[in-house]
Design a protein around this ligand. Structure first.
Ligand SMILES: O=C(O)CCC(=O)C(=O)O
Ligand SMILES: [Fe+2]
Length: 301
C-alpha cells in the first residue's frame, strides 16, 4: 500500500497492518527479553480451559513497560516503526508515554485505549480545532498457529459522529454488554458480528487510532506483545499523556529515566512541551472494583 492508501485505511477503518516490521532476529531478541522480565517461558504458557479464564495459566503484563526497561528503548527509536508512523500522520511525531508489555496476556473485551471511552463524549471526539493525531503501535512476536491469537477491531468505531445515530448507540451498548460478560465466557467477544479479526505473525505490527473499539481473542498458546504510542503534539496529545501518567495511578506510570529523555531528544521524539494536569473532562476510569484487581496485578484496564 502507498502512503495515500495507508492514510485512507487509517481514516476509514481506524487501523493498518504492517507485516514483518521487526525482522526474525529482533523478534527473537525481544522474546528473550520479555521471558527474562516476566519469568515466564513459552513452554509454560499453557491453557487450563477453565470457564471464564482470561489469558493463560501464566500471564504477565506491565503498563509503561517499554519506557521502564532500557532493553525496549530501541523500539521507540526503531526506524521501521518510525517510518510507518510518519507515513500515517506526518513527519513531526513525538513519543507518547503510553506503552505496555504482555506475555501470555490477551486483552479479551471490547474496549478503547483513549481517554474518553464513551463514544462521542469528551475532547478526544472534538476535532474542529485540533485533529486527533495519536497512534498506538502493537507489535506481536508469536505466530497465529502457536497462539490462536487475533486482534479484533470494529472498523470505523474511532470516527466522531454528531449527533450519534441510534444505530451507533445500540452497537456501543451491545459491545459494552459483550465486553462485560467476558468474565463468564471468554469466546463471547467473537460474536461481535461486524468485527474484523487480524491474525498476527512474528514481527507484525498493527497501528491504530486509540479511539477504535478492539479486543484480543481467546488464546491457547504463547503470546508476546509490545505496545507503544506516538503522536503529533496538540491538546489531544497532552490529554493522553496526562491521562496515563496521572489520571490512572493504578497503572503505575512513572517519570521517564533521564537517559531515555536524552535518547528521545537526540531522535527528535521528545515532546516540546509537557503541560501537567490531572483533570480531563469525561476521562474514563475503571470502576473501583476493577481498580483493586488491577492493583493486585491480575488484570489491567
Ligand atoms: O491482547 C492484545 O494484544 C491487545 C492489547 C490491548 O488492547 C491493550 O493492551 O490495550
Ligand atoms: Fe487496547
Amino acid at each position: 500500500m502507498n502512503t495515500a492508501e495507508l492514510k485512507q485505511d487509517l481514516q476509514e477503518k481506524g487501523f493498518v497492518v504492517f507485516k514483518g516490521l521487526l525482522n526474525p532476529e529482533e523478534v527473537q531478541h525481544y522474546k528473550i527479553a520479555m521471558e527474562a522480565l516476566s519469568g515466564i517461558q513459552g513452554s509454560q504458557m499453557r491453557k487450563a480451559h477453565k470457564l471464564g479464564q482470561r489469558g493463560l495459566d501464566s500471564s504477565w503484563s506491565e503498563p509503561d513497560g517499554v519506557t521502564k526497561h532500557a532493553d525496549f528503548w530501541p523500539l521507540i527509536t526503531h526506524e521501521g516503526v518510525g517510518t510507518a508512523v510518519r507515513h500515517l500522520i506526518g513527519d513531526n511525531i513525538r513519543f507518547l508515554q503510553h506503552t505496555d508489555l504482555h506475555v501470555g496476556f490477551s486483552a479479551i473485551s471490547w474496549h478503547r485505549d483513549n481517554v474518553n471511552r464513551t463514544f462521542g463524549a469528551g475532547p478526544d471526539w472534538q476535532e474542529a480545532e485540533e485533529p486527533y493525531q495519536i497512534l498506538r503501535v502493537g507489535i506481536y512476536l508469536q505466530s497465529y498457529a502457536e497462539s490462536g491469537f487475533r486482534l479484533g477491531f470494529i472498523p470505523g468505531s474511532h470516527k466522531p459522529e454528531f449527533p450519534v445515530s441510534p444505530a451507533r448507540k445500540l452497537q456501543e451498548r451491545k459491545l459494552q454488554a459483550i465486553g462485560a460478560m467476558s468474565y463468564l465466557f471468554v469466546k463471547l467477544q467473537e460474536w461481535a458480528s461486524n468485527a474484523e479479526w487480524i491474525a498476527t505473525e512474528p514481527g507484525d505490527a498493527i497501528i491504530f487510532d486509540p479511539r477504535i473499539l478492539h479486543s484480543g481473542s481467546y488464546i491457547t498458546g504463547p503470546k508476546y506483545s509490545m505496545f507503544l504510542a506516538f503522536g503529533r503534539e496538540n491538546t489531544h496529545f497532552y490529554n493522553h499523556l496526562n491521562y496515563y501518567r496521572r489520571v490512572r495511578p493504578e497503572l503505575n506510570y512513572g517519570d521517564m529515566a533521564p537517559q531515555l529523555v536524552q535518547l528521545l531528544q537526540s531522535h527528535n521524539l521528545l515532546p516540546e512541551s509537557a503541560p501537567i494536569y490531572n483533570q480531563i473532562q469525561d476521562a474514563w476510569t475503571p470502576p473501583a472494583l476493577m481498580r483493586r484487581v488491577v492493583e493486585t496485578g491480575l488484570k489491567r484496564g
